[in-house]
Design a protein around this ligand. Structure first.
Ligand code: ADP
Ligand code: ADP
Ligand code: ZN
Length: 217
């Protein structure tokens, strides 16, 4: 199964992708995570991406498509993949169509998580993750059961992204509307689009996505 989670920063793409990964044996392909790893490693790709990401812009299509193409060639992508944060431009969507067609594959569904833009600044500003296992948390919406201890792995170390501040979020939301929101019509035209309400609780959103997956899978 190959699905895309589409939505602005803070919509819950990463949160839902991790839940589905555990439940359905799919691999989460997050271009944001892959680019952050490239930045941390100091590679050429990382150097080019770093400044753009700090400013809340979009990394060039060539770089991102290259990173995805390489990832899709790796052997763990057998049961399927959840694209999280990719594609973000029409050029990326077209490149993905081509990459999949070459393998004789197709997308099963593009799930657009519909949220209220104004709420996304608080979602993103309150976001943090476990430094060890990557589990996502939120200052108000999703705290660990025991204060300061990761529910999943017991680690006491957490981290926040440098670009998760109110100013950069606004730039990212603008990029979303300019470059990424047109993909809703792109996939709508191909009959792939499924819209889910993203302002409910994390569990409610998961239930809606499960229904979509059960219907297409
Ligand atoms: P995205 O990957 O789309 O940028 P995340 O999954 O990282 O978004 O979620 C952003 C923040 O909002 C995280 O701190 C997460 O815990 C929280 N969050 C995710 N989904 C919900 C929801 N349905 N209701 C409230 N908070 C949520
Ligand atoms: P969020 O879900 O909060 O928007 P991501 O982790 O998906 O954040 O992305 C963080 C940053 O990485 C983006 O603001 C952008 O600079 C870069 N990035 C991630 N995915 C892409 C992509 N598909 N195309 C271009 N830039 C990307
Ligand atoms: Zn953890």
């Amino acid at each position: 199964m190959r699905i895309i989670l589409l939505g602005p920063p803070g919509a819950g793409k990463g949160t839902q992708a991790r839940i589905l990964m555990d439940e359905r044996g799919l691999v989460q392909l997050s271009t944001g995570d892959m680019l952050r790893a490239a930045v941390a490693s100091g590679s050429d790709v990382g150097k080019k991406a770093d400044t753009v990401m700090k400013a809340g812009g979009l990394v060039s299509d060539d770089i991102v498509i290259g990173v995805v193409e390489e990832r899709l060639g790796q052997p763990d992508i057998t049961n399927g993949v959840i694209f999280d944060g990719f594609p973000r431009t029409t050029a990326q969507a077209e490149a993905l169509d081509k990459l999949l067609a070459e393998k004789g594959e197709d997308l099963d569904a593009v799930i657009s998580i519909e949220v209220d833009d104004n709420a996304m600044v608080d979602r993103v500003a309150g976001r943090y993750t476990c430094a060890k296992c990557g589990e996502g948390y939120h200052d108000a919406e999703k705290k660990p059961a025991v204060d300061g201890v990761c529910d999943k792995c017991g680690s006491t170390e957490f981290k926040r992204r440098k670009d998760d501040n109110a100013e950069t979020v606004r730039a990212r939301l603008e990029e979303y509307h300019r470059e990424t929101a047109p993909l809703i019509a792109y996939y709508g035209g191909k009959g792939k689009l499924r819209q889910v309400a993203g302002m409910g609780s994390i569990n409610d959103v998961t239930s809606e996505i499960r229904q979509v997956l059960d219907a297409v899978g």
